[in-house]
Design a protein around this ligand. Structure first.
Ligand SMILES: NC(=O)c1ccc[n+]([C@@H]2O[C@H](COP(=O)([O-])OP(=O)(O)OC[C@H]3O[C@@H](n4cnc5c(N)ncnc54)[C@H](O)[C@@H]3O)[C@@H](O)[C@H]2O)c1
Ligand SMILES: O=C(O)[C@H]1O[C@H](OP(=O)(O)OP(=O)(O)OC[C@H]2O[C@@H](n3ccc(=O)[nH]c3=O)[C@H](O)[C@@H]2O)[C@H](O)[C@@H](O)[C@@H]1O
Length: 357
């Protein structure tokens, strides 16, 4: 984890955050969502600890991008309750979009405590601050398709069982959903959890397969493609970032409609969980074929038995609940979305940027 800065070290909050705004949001993690909120006229303050889980240059480039649009990002950790209290004292946030987490399924075997720090302890710190703030903000936070774990009944519906996580990451995301239940039950916090399905796109995460496969295909390095021991397909319901952003905005707006801007009586605030997927799982081997065509380089495929590393074999979202209640309607297929990712990737890394880790 990178070092934290205290509020005393951060530049003073820009004036525009103190103006009466249509809606005041705090967005934690989440470059694309913050940018979209700003574009439509919401007041947004960002928070990120800029840890070094992956390429810090990429995180700083995203920050620069956001700051050019007028979204200021405070550097700090969600476990820093004093910092959070200070921010909530300065700005009466109406909504919290909480996307910060230790992500990545396989890294949980290397650094388990980072998952407990951000996904469990960090979530509790944030909810403690939200519970005591006035107004009480509506909170939308990122859960994960990984909560479906060893469940093989697809497509996954929100009502399906989620009690067999395959990784510690998944277990911490599932714990987040249970923690949310408690804060809704006792303190009446309005909480909406979004189970994202393998999100990809420009400015994405270098630890994800589509990203490092692109890097390694271009470098001529072999890429390990996991194959299930039962010879079944290994596939993901890859979901493009712009579709996810629309789902996040739908969730924030729905939370606003059903709860107003906080101050709810106990027991009346909403607690909901939605799948945000693409409803069209694609085998990982097809993902590689699309990348080969877009990058115009043949991949060196190294087919490997799917190790017991936290991965699940297959994901597929049933999104009818999000469609009905959030107006969520993904429109980007994998071919189209990867084309946009590859265009961004080639331009970003050919402009003298540090190479992805
Ligand atoms: N990308 C996906 O495929 C996917 C799928 C399902 C769920 N999710 C969830 O969506 C959210 C966003 O994912 P992402 O892919 O953009 O991940 P990301 O790692 O790019 O973004 C998370 C951000 O949170 C910050 N952060 C981590 N711990 C923090 C802490 N303790 N305090 C403050 N900031 C902290 C990181 O520096 C990072 O910038 C995460 O909660 C992730 O678990 C992602
Ligand atoms: O949907 C989710 O909830 C999860 O989606 C992704 O997790 P994952 O689907 O495992 O994404 P990748 O790590 O990019 O893997 C994609 C696919 O490529 C496969 N893969 C990965 C790595 C590799 O070397 N070889 C390989 O074949 C994986 O088995 C998987 O089927 C994110 O990384 C998680 O943070 C998120 O919570």
């Amino acid at each position: 984890m990178s070092q934290m800065k205290h509020i005393d070290n951060t530049p003073s909050t820009p004036d525009h955050l103190l103006l009466p705004l249509l809606s005041r949001q705090i967005s934690i993690g989440g470059t694309h969502v913050s940018a979209a909120l700003k574009r439509r006229g919401d007041g947004v303050l960002g928070l990120d600890n800029f840890n070094d889980y992956y390429d810090p240059y990429l995180k700083r480039a995203r920050q620069a991008l956001l700051e050019r649009t007028g979204v200021y990002i405070v550097e700090g950790d969600i476990n820093d309750v004093a910092l959070l209290n200070k921010l909530f004292d300065i700005v009466p946030f109406t909504h919290v979009m909480h996307l910060a987490a230790q992500a990545g399924v396989r890294y949980a075997m290397e650094n388990p405590s980072s998952y407990v720090h951000s996904n469990i302890a960090g979530l509790v710190s944030l909810l403690e601050v939200c519970k005591s703030s006035n107004p009480q903000p509506a909170i939308v936070w990122a859960s994960s398709s990984s909560v479906y774990g060893l469940n093989t009944k697809v497509p996954f519906s929100e009502k399906d069982m989620t009690d067999q996580p395959a990784s510690l990451y998944a277990a911490t995301k599932k714990a987040g959903e249970e923690i949310a239940h408690t804060y809704n039950h006792i303190y009446g916090l309005s909480l909406t959890g979004l189970r994202f399905f393998t999100v990809y796109g420009p400015w994405g995460r270098p630890d994800m397969a589509y990203f490092f496969f692109s890097r390694d295909i271009l470098k001529g390095k072999s890429i390990p493609i996991f194959e299930a021991s039962n010879h079944g397909t290994v596939a993901r319901d890859f979901t493009y970032i712009d579709d996810i952003v629309k789902g996040c905005l739908g969730a924030l707006d729905t939370a606003e409609k059903s709860t107003g801007s906080g101050g709810k009586k106990k027991g009346t605030a909403q607690l909901r969980v939605y799948n945000l997927g693409n409803t069209s799982p694609v085998p990982v081997s097809d993902l590689v074929s699309i990348l080969e065509r877009l990058l115009k380089v043949k991949a060196k495929r190294m087919i490997m038995k799917l190790p017991r590393n936290g991965d699940v074999q297959f994901t597929h979202a049933n999104i009818s609940l999000a469609q009905r209640e959030l107006g969520y309607k993904p429109t980007t297929d994998l071919q189209t979305g990867l084309k946009k990712f590859v265009q961004w990737y080639l331009s970003y890394y050919s402009n003298g940027k540090k190479s992805a880790q």
